[in-house]
Write a protein that binds this ligand. Sequence first.
Ligand code: SF4
Ligand code: SF4
Length: 103
Amino acid sequence: MKKEERKLTAVEIPIGDIVEAETAVEFNTGSWRSERPVWNKEKCIHCLTCWISCPDSSVKIASDEKRITIVTGIDYDHCKGCGICARECPPKIKAITMEHEKK
Ligand code: SF4
Ligand code: SF4
């Protein structure tokens, strides 16, 4: 009979052991957000500062027809509403504003 696999808790991991990295891609980790960034497509100059700054990789990007990387929106399934993107967006542009999350 195959022994049932069980994930070790943090205190059970041997000192110096290497733990495989996990991912939150499959989980809706943005569900507890209290504020949401609202991206304004018309104002955005696609400098990608928000994309570089987002700690949750929640600023969505794509290549346009000229193969230039552009911002296309926010991944609300994973965005935590920290507001870093809005804070880092150039002050003269202000293409992202934070709004209260409507539940
Ligand atoms: S609010 Fe925070 S988590 Fe959400 S897109 Fe902006 S920087 Fe990323
Ligand atoms: S930082 Fe502001 S202007 Fe730059 S890509 Fe993001 S939303 Fe657009």
